[in-house]
Write a protein that binds this ligand. Sequence first.
Ligand SMILES: [Zn+2]
Length: 435
Amino acid sequence: MPRIFEIRIPPNVRPMNFSFRNLNRRRILYLCFSGWVTAGFTFFAEESRADTGGDPALKKARQLQREVPLIDGHNDFPWQVMRYADKDLSRRDMAERLEETHTDLPRLREGQVGGQFWVVYPAWRLSEKEALSFSMESFDVIFRMLDRYPDDLELALKADDAKRIFADGKIASYIGVEGGRSIDNSLGVLRVFYRLGARYMTLTHNAHTAWADSSAGEPVHGGLTGFGRDVVREMNRLGMMVDLSHTSADTMRDAMEVTESPVIFSHSNARALCDVPRNVPDDVLDRLRENNGLIMVTFVPGFLSQELVDHREKVRRKRRELRERHPDDRDRAERELRAWRDENPAPRATLSQVADHIDYIVARIGIDHVGIGSDYDGISQLPAGLEDVSRFVHLTAELVRRDYAEEEIKKILGLNLIRVLRQNEEIARELRGEE
Ligand SMILES: [Zn+2]
């Protein structure tokens, strides 16, 4: 690429560190092409006013996200391609602004996303064998995404890759595997997943595995089995982060007892604010601090808003009541339920509630243990203010408004995740006897 184009890198992908050499080169370029450059700066100045609407918090948010990569812990765009586009990337062309998904490249750029965990997610109802082949095809979708958009996405394998790829103006693309069923009870498959680039694995999804309880349904193992503990130890040895989202509280506790490395929750919230089994109870949060791990706060409305959870419970009760009242007329029961719901609409979760979960976790266990794990394209409803990936900057702006210090916000955006991944790498080297 001719050097002159370096100056045209849009503001959201500007390299983090300007060296003196770069500055000098810029000055020389300025002298040579001053008219051109002035036109360029005028364009950017206008663009940046349009980007922030004159909101100082949003302006600060955009600046912070130019300085460190925002790394989102959980995006299910590959699932969208697998499930709804017959694995055909041209039917979900990320280069375009897509109607069907929360994610595409133009909106990732608007939201100034610097790093993304793309998720390999086999539907939780699949058998282990089916989950394994579905996972392999999901890896293939991700690799084809990387091949198709090489100017925008680059595979990230190490903690250090995040900043390097971000500085190159691309989105550092990590891979996470959601659901331990995918390994089909084989540590060999787990090791191959690591070689394919998986840097976390969620031990369960919404179904138990043969070796770990999920948060959904009655427990069968009471946490991790012996083999489940071996899975955690092998992940430590590989340097693959143990992801405890979706697991039962006892699985969380068992995993934290066994693990040598910091664990993550790639998309979970605080149970104290929203009381559902999918969220993390206080005693586990406290252990997460001791473990030096990370909880990446998620945008899933049903894990954010207690009002919404209560409303859903009311709907369930109403449905039961109406079915009992009209045992032979299911249609009538449904009709009356619809009318009731029209009169009692569900409260909408909000961006502000995401920030409330961040506040709560920071107050309880400190700033070093919070990140962001959206679950975009893994869910159908989203909180008001966080409708798609372009909206990340608005969450950052909310943190600015809530008076977090710049260094604190940077930790939440990506530095905490980078630290945890690096510690996983270091401990893995020690466990393998390397130095
Ligand atoms: Zn999930």
